[in-house]
Design a protein around this ligand. Structure first.
Ligand SMILES: NC(=O)c1ccc[n+]([C@@H]2O[C@H](COP(=O)([O-])OP(=O)(O)OC[C@H]3O[C@@H](n4cnc5c(N)ncnc54)[C@H](O)[C@@H]3O)[C@@H](O)[C@H]2O)c1
Length: 349
């Protein structure tokens, strides 16, 4: 058999699901009359809609897992563009390796975990995420673009939120698609935080920047991220969390209540919370810890919370699609927390 070439593997792009095209309200309502995960998911969708209906509630979306390479990017673009989220806390892979990467014009491709030799993929510079293929040479362009952005900045500490704004500015000039969360968030003034920013494509850009500029370079300040997110929480007061996956974004966001307390500021526990996860409660891990458990830590109220034990590509289109087609968001105001945070930074000088 002839040897496979790169183009033979990277043929068919993953398509992003569009919540506007599928009215899932009757389906989710019917699932609410079933049992088990179906009923949990319907309750979660209703709680997310309650967050949007509550005029005083700001919604924070947290993201972990390979969500955008799997076709969930447009869901989040639509949530941002329609004032259905007010801040995002994510892993770097989702925001940089997947969203910014596609913003530069690259794609994720349908692959398979079956009948392929990963050594062949390695030889062709193809990376695999379960059933998805990525051109690693294109990922290197993504790494290098973050390096060039870092090179262009004043040598000072930045929060990831500030750096991601710069990435949004870059896409507004050089981006190849409007369907980017980094771009939509930049335009809608929705702050995006990536607390573990160096653990992704941007990390390669950051080390190249610091290696080449040992004396004078920009740096990432994770405490600045935490302080900014805590300021946002104090300003918002009432918050609802829509958490997809667990990991650092989940804990970082939940912790803002405790952080505000430590700063002597008043901030109530998160009023609404939904988490979609595949993690198992028996792990005793953060990713699997229930929202009821988070109450014992003083982070989440127990009245309107719901865990959904499901893989995100199944659950998020239903939860987000339900709220989208309910239309409560149509009268919701944009919070523009990026502008608020920039004003706060300007006060410090
Ligand atoms: N995921 C990637 O492809 C990838 C690639 C490069 C770097 N990274 C980096 O690795 C670190 C960990 O990130 P991560 O995204 O891999 O998180 P992770 O794998 O640590 O996920 C955290 C938890 O979220 C849940 N989860 C993950 N995917 C899910 C899904 N599809 N549906 C439901 N629940 C899900 C699981 O419970 C998991 O334990 C980050 O710093 C990230 O930037 C990740």
């Amino acid at each position: 058999m002839a040897k496979m070439k790169k183009a033979d593997y990277l043929k068919e792009a993953v398509k992003h699901i569009e919540i506007s095209k599928h009215n899932v309200v009757p389906l989710v309502d019917a699932m609410g009359d079933m049992a088990f995960s179906a009923r949990d998911l319907a309750r979660a969708a209703k709680i997310y809609n309650l967050m949007l209906a509550d005029k005083n509630c700001s919604v924070i979306l947290t993201l972990a897992g390979s969500l955008f390479s799997a076709g969930l990017k447009k869901v989040v673009v639509d949530l941002v563009r329609n004032n259905m989220v007010d801040a995002i806390v994510s892993t770097g892979a989702v925001i940089v390796d997947q969203d910014f990467f596609e913003g530069l014009g690259f794609k994720h491709y349908k692959g398979t975990p079956h009948g392929i030799d990963d050594n062949d993929l390695r030889a062709l510079h193809i990376d695999r995420i379960y059933d998805t293929f990525i051109d690693e040479d294109e990922l290197r362009v993504c790494d290098d673009t973050t390096r060039r952005i870092a090179d262009s900045l004043d040598p000072r500490p930045y929060s990831s939120r500030e750096f991601i704004e710069e990435m949004g500015k870059y896409l507004s000039k050089h981006g190849k698609t409007k369907d980017s969360v980094v771009l939509a968030a930049y335009e809608k003034r929705v702050p995006v935080f990536v607390p573990a920013f160096s653990d992704c494509s941007a990390g390669f850009g950051m080390i190249a920047h610091q290696w080449n500029n040992p004396e004078k370079h920009m740096s990432l300040d994770s405490a600045k991220d935490f302080l900014e997110l805590t300021k946002l929480k104090v300003e918002a007061r009432d918050t609802g969390l829509l958490m997809i996956g667990g990991g650092v974004p989940k804990n970082f966001t939940q912790d803002t209540v405790v952080a505000a307390d430590i700063l002597g500021e008043e901030a109530p526990m998160h009023k609404y919370a939904v988490q979609v996860t595949v993690a198992d409660v028996r792990d005793g891990a953060l990713s699997s810890s229930t929202l009821k458990e988070a109450c014992s830590w003083g982070k989440v109220e127990t009245t309107s919370e719901q865990m959904v034990f499901s893989e995100a590509t199944l659950a998020l289109p239903l939860i987000a699609g339900y709220a989208y087609h309910k239309g409560v968001w149509k009268t919701r105001k944009a919070r523009r927390y990026s502008d608020f945070l920039n004003k706060e930074l300007a006060k410090i000088g």
